[in-house]
Design a protein around this ligand. Structure first.
Ligand SMILES: Nc1nc2c(ncn2[C@@H]2O[C@H](COP(=O)(O)OP(=O)(O)OP(=O)(O)O)[C@@H](O)[C@H]2O)c(=O)[nH]1
Ligand SMILES: [Zn+2]
Length: 352
């Protein structure tokens, strides 16, 4: 099987070049179930597990494979058994706080190239929330595209698109209606072999868009997710899906739980306008409260900067600072958790 349709390219080929081809084969993680992986390889899809070597070398959850990762498999074990020896460098990564305890980031997806940030144009419309998602996008390394859905029920379309464009800093903004119209305006990002993902709050239409992109409603129901009796989503195993046009969609439940886990750098990227103003303040450590010569306050006066945007930036800065303190754990604690994981894995293996 040719791996190009799964997104194999020169970036990954170069990373794989260090592994002898007669011993190792590359593959892409297309599904993850507690500790085991579905991996697409030249020999077809295999069920795979991480090797003891990888497990022991891992410094944290982020060193384990995630959906979308390209991994290095032991060739002699294929196609019957996939043994993952290494994870190739990532183009992008999406992390969330690991469940249970003060643990470090856990990956929910890797190597997303285009991230559709979905927002509703209906009563739920919220520019501040879009700002937050943009920070997340910059943090991940994927290229964001802002998708404003439900254009069919929006009476002030132009005004809202412009409001978003003002905070988007050059990120493309498209208005669509997944339910009523088509998604042709997303086509230019859906090129063969390119990996995309949808991110946005509950109810904005991510499932509707995913089903539309998948084209075949029957396949969409089976392949993506179904609403169970309680109206909640249940998920199936396949999490990296091939769209009819050849693009790849990562659709994992983990993406739904993503919260801001951003560093200062991505904040600065998302709020470059405020940063540029702050650099013009008279005092280097200006708090932009009531210092003389404050360019930020001046911009608020002229209306160049919206007070809500500044407040949003401050709030996100506080969160980032909190997160940084949380992640600043001692090496001993990381080591302790590593051993806990190893022992747990050993117990799992010993189960009949
Ligand atoms: N009017 C209108 N409604 C839409 C559109 N797209 C989706 N909806 C509706 O919005 C509701 C939520 O859509 P979903 O696709 O389930 O939203 P979601 O983002 O997947 O939500 P979660 O699964 O909770 O994360 C559904 O009732 C959809 O029918 C649209 O373009 N226009
Ligand atoms: Zn200032």
């Amino acid at each position: 099987m040719n791996l190009d349709p799964f997104g194999w390219d020169s970036f990954f080929a170069q990373a794989f070049a260090g592994y002898p081809e007669n011993e190792y084969a590359p593959g892409r993680v297309i599904a993850e179930h507690r500790g085991s992986y579905g991996v697409a390889t030249e020999m077809g899809e295999v069920a795979a597990a991480v090797s003891g070597r990888l497990r022991h070398a891992a410094r944290g959850p982020a060193d384990f494979p995630a959906v979308g990762d390209w991994v290095v498999l032991e060739r002699r074990e294929l196609p019957g058994h996939g043994l993952i020896q290494a994870v190739l460098p990532r183009k992008s990564r999406f992390a969330r706080r690991a469940a249970g305890g003060p643990s470090e980031a856990q990956l929910v997806a890797a190597n997303v190239e285009v991230l559709f940030l979905v927002s509703g144009l209906d009563g739920d419309f919220n520019v501040r929330r879009i700002e937050r998602y943009l920070v997340l996008a910059w943090e991940s390394g994927a290229n964001p595209v802002i998708v404003l859905n439900k254009a069919d029920v929006c009476s002030e379309l132009e005004k809202r698109v412009q409001a978003v464009e003002r905070v988007a800093a050059g990120v493309p903004v498209v208005a669509v209606s997944a339910a009523a119209g088509g998604l042709e305006s997303l086509a230019s990002w859906l090129t063969p072999g390119r990996t995309v993902a949808l991110l946005g709050s509950s109810g904005v239409g991510k499932s509707t868009i995913a089903n539309r992109l998948l084209g075949n409603p029957v396949q969409a129901v089976q392949g993506v997710r179904e609403h169970d009796s309680r109206g909640r989503h249940t998920t199936t195993a396949r999490q990296l899906l091939q769209l009819p046009g050849g693009a790849l969609l990562i659709d994992t439940p983990g993406m739904r739980e993503l919260q801001l886990l951003a560093g200062e750098d991505s904040l600065e990227a998302a709020f470059a306008d405020v940063e540029a103003l702050a650099r013009r303040c008279r005092f280097r450590d200006c708090s932009h409260a009531n210092e003389p010569g404050c360019a930020v306050q001046a911009a608020l006066q002229t209306g160049e900067l919206e007070a809500a945007r500044l407040e949003s930036y401050r709030k996100l800065q506080r969160e980032a600072a909190f997160e940084a303190r949380r992640q600043d754990r001692s090496a001993a604690q990381i080591e302790k958790e590593r051993w806990k994981r190893i022992h747990k894995a050993q117990r799992e293996r010993q189960k009949p």
